[in-house]
Design a protein around this ligand. Structure first.
Ligand code: HEC
Length: 236
């Protein structure tokens, strides 16, 4: 079956393998292949000796160079913190007004602030701080509950709202229904009034409508009009 023969064109022997008349030449492996293979083996042995490499159960060979990724990372983090401290130290020590007035410093502050906002706040307040159902829009609100100057914002972020912090800000809307401060009929009346504030044109009609609406639709209506019930900059 397999017959080695000399190929008349190249002068090489064949391996004896044949596929539908195509025969395989038995040529030498090119020298560079052995060179690179040898170089790779030497490099690997050198690496095992010099660097941390071989696991030994609960330890590993440390290598002659004594290199350690953990130490290297700690060192890099230290250097990065030192580089950042040029401006972080100023942010911590100088009043907000001075920081705001320094255009160069503000470039770093804006970048860091945006990243911090993305990591810590965007999940609730939205990537562009535009809020969503249940979460306030931090951009264009003409009125905020707790104030929007730098100190007020800092305080809100420090103590939280309804948080575990002893000085937390408390959102103080009482449970009028559960605590029986208002009867169901009175709640219906007040819903109608509040709805008329949000949509003045529909005010007259909504009072009559609200009397007949079920608790389910009443909840729906307050959910929609809740955030808008106080006078604020309104297009109409
Ligand atoms: C888990 C969701 C959540 C995260 C995360 C969050 N917030 Fe809030 N934030 C809220 C809610 C809900 C309110 C409204 C609370 C209320 O109305 O009582 C609020 C209110 C605020 C207010 C007050 C608005 C006002 O009317 O005065 C500010 C300012 C604020 N957040 C900033 C931030 C910043 C900055 C971060 C990130 C450091 C952040 N929030 C992270 C949910 C969140």
């Amino acid at each position: 079956m397999s017959r080695m023969e000399r190929d008349p064109h190249t002068g090489h022997m064949t391996t004896g393998h044949e596929w539908n008349g195509i025969k395989e030449l038995n040529t030498h492996v090119p020298r560079p292949v052995f060179f690179f293979l040898g170089a790779a083996v030497l490099f690997a042995i050198g690496y095992w000796v010099m660097m941390p490499a071989i696991p030994l159960g609960d330890r590993y060979t440390k290598g002659l160079l004594g290199y350690d990724d953990r130490t290297a990372l700690t060192e890099q983090l230290k250097q990065a913190a030192a580089a950042r401290s040029v401006w972080t130290a100023r942010m911590e020590s100088e009043p907000a007004a001075t920081v705001l007035a320094d255009a160069q410093l503000m470039t770093s502050v804006r970048q860091a602030g945006r990243a911090l906002f993305g990591d810590n706040c965007a999940a609730c307040h939205g990537a562009e701080a535009n809020g969503g159902p249940g979460f306030p829009d931090l951009r264009y609100r003409s009125s905020t509950l707790w104030g929007r100057d730098a100190d007020a914002l800092a305080e809100t972020i420090r103590v939280g709202i309804n948080a575990a912090h002893p000085e937390t800000r408390v959102a103080m809307m009482p449970a009028f229904g559960r605590d029986e401060m208002l009867t169901d009929a009175q709640i219906t009346d007040v819903i109608a009034y509040v709805k008329s504030l949000a949509a003045p044109a529909a005010g007259a009609a909504s009072k009559a409508g609200a009397r007949t609406c079920s608790p389910k639709t009443a909840r729906h209506a307050t959910a929609r009009t809740g955030p808008a019930m106080l006078p604020r900059a309104h297009p109409t």
